[in-house]
Design a protein around this ligand. Structure first.
Ligand code: DGJ
Length: 720
């Protein structure tokens, strides 16, 4: 019996090695999407189709031959290659032939991994293409492994994670560009023959100007509920590149991967170069469906503690900056309890003694509490939090160093900079050389020491305010072109060690606002800080952009004093992400504290809906006057609707009923306005307390919009 069992286990684990014959097909896909590869009679593996799943197996044979799945420089091709190497003897060319493919069974029946092996006929260079599909979520993950057996290292000039071909009459590309305070602004353009590149060269804080995200409307501009659209992102916390090249026949080639900019990699024989994963989903029902699929995938597979709770918090950065002491913080800790949040988060400015961190010009690297500010260290604050019944979290920026720091004085060789030039700075700081294992140990040690000294520390905000400046690594010596890649690998080494040792400590990814927002990092972080711009109107746009890819529970959103809008408006905006406060609590009246407390209660009560449910974007702020979105729980019993009147023009024609989405048409739902400020003049909502069918709510809608500038509503919707 035992033997029989073992035999079946072995059978399950044994990969299915297959060798396709000329003209045979490899079908990679989900119940909703097909990626069909075909072996040409010449032994080249080509992509025959990418799009909505084809219903009839028999039709697959009719598909056109297609183009090579992974063009190498040196192939018969006149466009951008996916891979380019210089062989050990200086030969620059490569031509990749199909060798075999295998379907590797996974323990999770929802996941299928197909691995295709390609090889050069002349040189011992091998390329393995990995295609991992997530059936339920309709997500495809692709990456590549490049290796060789030449006598000396080869130079890998570029090696894409994925190359995909599309064939349509037109393509509309939406990018998510920005800057500090204005992240993830969505802008769409029609692609024309030629190339369009979305990329970054910033190394760390890599997504400051362009997030590693794109949406591609196929045939027509991407819209919320209709049309074919491909959403793509790269799991990489460094330089990325998405290249779109359209030929004069309107065929489009999409190449996604590490940005090859200044990054030739010297690959020794036997070493495997694994590219980051390119993650995409294709929807034929618009971007809304694609976002919901990605959110599910992220919660199920990628985001740290994807289904876990999130901590609401009070942060002190916006109100105190660097100017605080232990007493100030103790007040904040007690006020956290008054607000009803789970945690107090101490931000920048608590560390360094020789060069105390009293401003952003010094102290980074010296992670000892400043005696003058915190004479009894962090321990005293953690203890105070314990007494107040809240948790305690802390800000760090361990990848960085100030020149005015003891760390710099002790280890000038740990810093990325040119040895022979005056350094230039971004926010007065330099980046530590994470290519160096000793530096990795040190960075890990920052977290490890804080947690060993304060075992009940509950949370880290991990900041990264500078791109890589003065790009030269003392550690890499004559391999400077490895810097951008090895930096990220070094960072992942550290984060992996932290995750292994402290798997349950939640962490916020922050990068001078949302300068890092990628699923590579988010396997180590429970959320990211979307922007320092917490002005609620701007935040509606920023969060709208990030919501295309990231579920609400991963998008940090705080109520602050930015903007002149009411506390309710600011709170109603922050409640669509992971709610927190970063406000001068001493200036809040009792009534305001009571309002916040009530909002925190509502947020926690509705967390299964907003944080775990499905997002429906109903009215886009990009249309100008209003915005509306809602979340529906998976049982379709509970929903919450958020509406915002931004700058409505006068006149009834600008007010329209908001049609809901995602409800069960057959169920009856009670609608009720929540988050109301007692005693504050509100525009009365006549439908409040009414019971409507899901059908009615989705076809007729609710009259929730108003003509009032910067007015908001939160409506709880409950099945009866
Ligand atoms: C940039 C972050 O985005 C802010 O929230 C804050 O933590 C500062 N850094 C602190 O220096």
């Amino acid at each position: 019996m035992k033997r029989l069992f073992l035999f079946f286990i072995l059978l399950l684990l044994c990969p299915w090695m297959l060798r396709a014959q000329g003209d045979s097909l490899i079908r990679i896909g989900t119940p909703r999407t097909d990626l069909i590869l075909r072996l040409s009679p010449e032994g080249k593996l080509c992509q025959a189709y990418l799009g909505p799943r084809l219903a009839n197996e028999a039709d697959l044979k009719q598909l056109p031959a297609g183009k090579e799945v992974y063009y190498a420089y040196g192939s018969k091709d006149y466009f951008e290659p996916a891979v380019r190497v210089t062989h050990a003897d200086g030969h620059p060319g490569m031509q990749l032939d199909y060798v075999s493919h295998e379907v590797r069974p996974q323990s999770d029946p929802n996941v299928t991994l197909t691995v295709v092996t390609l090889r050069d006929k002349v040189y011992p260079v091998e390329v393995k293409l990995f295609y991992e599909t997530f059936a339920r979520e309709n997500v495809l993950k692709m990456w590549t492994e490049i290796s060789h057996r030449e006598k000396k290292p080869i130079v890998l000039h570029e090696g894409a994670s994925a190359l995909l071909h599309l064939s349509s009459r037109a393509y509309y590309l939406s990018a998510f560009t920005g800057q500090w305070g204005g992240e993830a602004m969505m802008n769409e353009q029609k692609l024309l023959p030629g190339k369009k590149v979305l990329d970054t060269r910033l190394g760390a804080r890599a997504a400051m100007y362009c997030s590693p995200l794109f949406m591609l409307g196929v045939g027509a501009p991407a819209s919320e509920n209709t049309g074919e659209v491909l959403l793509g992102t790269l799991n990489w916390t460094g330089n990325f590149r998405f290249l779109f090249e359209m030929d004069s026949r309107h065929d489009l080639r999409l190449i996604a991967g590490i940005n090859p900019y200044a990054s030739e990699y010297h690959l020794p024989s036997g070493e495997v170069f694994r590219t980051p994963e390119f993650v995409c989903t294709m929807s034929d029902r618009g971007t809304g469906q694609a976002s919901r699929d990605l959110h599910d995938w992220a919660r199920n597979y990628q985001l740290k503690d994807g289904h876990g709770d999130r901590l609401t918090l009070l942060n002190n950065w916006e109100s105190t900056g660097f100017d605080f002491n232990a007493d100030t913080l103790k007040t904040y800790i007690r006020k956290s309890a008054d607000l009803g949040v789970d945690m107090f988060l101490l931000d920048d400015g608590w560390f360094a003694n020789k060069y105390p961190r009293k401003n952003d010009k010094q102290g980074l690297g010296d992670w000892e509490p400043t005696h003058a500010k915190l004479p009894h260290g962090v321990q005293e604050l953690v203890a105070e939090a314990g007494r107040a019944g809240v948790k305690f979290g802390i800000w760090i920026e361990p990848e960085m160093v100030s020149m005015r720091s003891e760390l710099y004085e002790k280890h000038p060789d740990w810093v990325i900079r040119f040895p022979d030039r005056e350094p230039y700075f971004y926010r007065n700081q330099l980046v530590l050389d994470l290519c160096n294992p000793a530096v990795q140990d040190y960075v890990f040690g920052v977290v490890d020491r804080l947690l060993s000294e304060n075992p009940s520390l509950a949370y880290f905000k991990w900041d990264c305010n500078s791109p890589i400046t003065n790009p030269m690594s003392p550690y890499l010596k004559d391999k400077q072109s490895h810097l951008y890649i090895d930096y990220v690998r070094g960072l992942y080494n550290v984060l992996e060690r932290i995750k292994q040792k402290y798997p349950d400590v939640p962490m916020m990814l922050c990068s001078g606002g949302g300068g890092r927002c990628d699923y590579g990092a988010l396997q180590y972080f429970t959320e990211f800080w979307a922007s320092d711009n917490t002005g609620p109107v701007e935040r509606i746009f920023i969060q709208w952009g990030f919501s295309q890819f990231f579920p609400a529970k991963s998008v940090g959103a705080h109520v602050t004093s930015w903007g002149k809008q009411s506390l309710k408006f600011r709170t109603d905006v922050a409640m669509t992400g992971k709610l927190g406060f970063d406000i001068d609590v001493n200036k809040l009246t009792d009534a305001e504290i009571a309002f916040c407390r009530q909002a925190v209660g509502n947020f926690k009560r509705l967390a299964p809906v907003t944080l775990e449910g499905d997002l429906y974007r109903l009215v886009s702020p990009y249309e100008g006057q209003h915005a509306a979105l809602m979340y529906v729980d998976k049982a379709v019993d509970k929903a919450v609707l958020f509406t915002y009147d931004l700058y409505p023009r006068r006149g009834a024609e600008w007010i329209f009923p908001v049609r809901l989405a995602g409800l069960d048409p057959a169920k009856m739902y009670r609608v009720e306005e929540i988050n109301l400020e007692p005693g504050v003049d509100v525009v009365a909502w006549k439908e409040n307390g009414g019971v409507f069918s899901g059908d009615y709510l989705m076809k007729v809608g609710l009259n929730v919009l108003t003509e009032r500038c910067e007015n908001s509503r939160v409506i709880e919707i409950t099945a009866q």
